[in-house]
Design a protein around this ligand. Structure first.
Ligand SMILES: Cc1ncc(COP(=O)(O)O)c(C=O)c1O
Length: 364
């Protein structure tokens, strides 16, 4: 089988074990001991008898999205949810519109199913909002799906509700589905524009998980919520790949979901503590321009005068011991994604090292 390998994931997995100050991650660290105290019953391999996931979790998600369980599919992380959406919705030769810069998994998935990608630019000048009139020009009868993230990875831009509704309406006119990966949206304060796109139209499917904001990547607990017919095809596919979802995960996730409101502010506090440190550094550098994220633990920035940030990131890692993500992985040479989920002193030190790496790189 030929498909575009997910190079960024390979890079990210390796980097996590590399030496240096780790500013490449986009997910929260695991909750500290004492924050989420699983009880022995939460670690049980016994399940409450649905092979498609714990019915309590389906019910929790159905309530969260103000819908019914028939719209909910539980998956191993949002990655599997995205995979199942692509595989259910697209066939070889179909067209799929994908935001760019965009999370590279989407491009690998499109190539896996043999779909043709039409990039939809999200530009710095527009605050990384998708341009709906540009989208309309791309939409024709061959387009089966539009793919977006909210918050936008890599910029963390928040997509306003009006734009989501307009996109859903425009896609509906040609019978296309809209996939919105919302794995970062809980970085916003509750009520501050964090409403799910699921309710923006009958043709919208959203995916998410407990990974990015909650630090529970190891649980591989994710979901998709979308149209009933799509959910049903996704379950057909689940029968092919998952005879059962991991029961321990379902039990632990049940406890985590019950405590989510308590966990959510941890990521917010980290953003509020560290963002001013990042901003101060970036403002002091005339050669750096950045998008001000409304939340999250990463910043997307452009280094003026550097066309190839891939090599810059290698210099930063090898010679200065700081790990950042080159924009090339997000179809954006010249950009870097810099994470700040570490302690403030480490953020300062990491950025100082990055600054030296930039100066060094530019002097050659
Ligand atoms: C937009 C997006 N979706 C999904 C994922 C993967 O999340 P999960 O652990 O839920 O599979 C990532 C990870 O970087 C991501 O950036």
């Amino acid at each position: 089988m030929e498909f575009e390998p997910f190079q960024y994931m390979r890079f990210a997995k390796r980097l996590e074990y590399a030496d240096g100050i780790f500013m490449a991650g986009s997910g929260m660290n695991k909750p500290k001991p004492g924050v989420l105290d699983f009880k022995p019953a939460d670690l049980s391999i016994e399940s409450l008898c649905s092979n498609y996931g714990d019915p309590r979790n389906v019910a929790w998600l159905a309530e969260k999205y103000a819908t019914t369980g028939e719209h909910v599919v539980m998956t191993a992380g949002s990655s599997e949810a995205n995979f199942l959406v692509f595989a259910s919705q697209l066939s070889a030769g179909d067209k799929v519109i994908i935001e760019t810069p965009g999370y590279p998994q989407f491009f690998s998935l499109a190539s896996l199913v043999g779909a043709e990608v039409l990039p939809l630019p999200r530009r710095f000048e527009d605050g990384f909002q998708p341009d709906v009139s540009e989208l309309r020009k791309l939409l024709d009868d061959g387009v089966r799906m539009v793919v977006l993230t909210n918050l936008h990875n890599p910029s963390m831009a928040r997509m306003p509700r009006e734009i989501m509704v307009e996109i859903a309406e425009a896609a509906a006119k040609v019978g296309a589905l809209v996939l919105v990966d919302e794995v970062y949206v809980d970085h916003l304060k509750p009520g501050d524009g964090d409403e799910s796109a699921f309710s923006a139209g009958d043709n919208v499917v959203v995916t998410s998980s407990l990974t990015k904001v909650y630090g529970l990547s190891g649980l591989r607990f994710g979901w998709a919520v979308g149209p009933k017919s799509l959910a049903s095809t996704m379950l057909d596919l689940i029968d092919v790949v998952d005879p059962e979802l991991p029961t321990v995960t379902q039990n632990m996730a049940h406890y985590a979901l019950e405590n989510l409101a308590r966990l959510r502010p941890i990521a917010r506090r980290l953003h509020e503590q560290n963002w001013p440190v990042v901003k101060e550094w970036a403002d002091a550098r005339e050669d750096v321009e950045y998008f001000h994220p409304p939340g999250g633990i990463t910043v997307w920035l452009r280094v003026k005068g550097v066309a190839e940030t891939g090599n810059l990131a290698t210099v930063a890692r090898q010679d200065y011991g700081v790990l950042v993500v080159p924009g090339e992985y997000f179809q954006s040479p010249g950009w870097l994604r810099v994470g700040y989920k570490i302690e403030p002193t480490a953020v300062r030190e990491g950025l100082a090292r990055l600054g030296k790496a930039i100066d060094d790189f530019k002097s050659h």
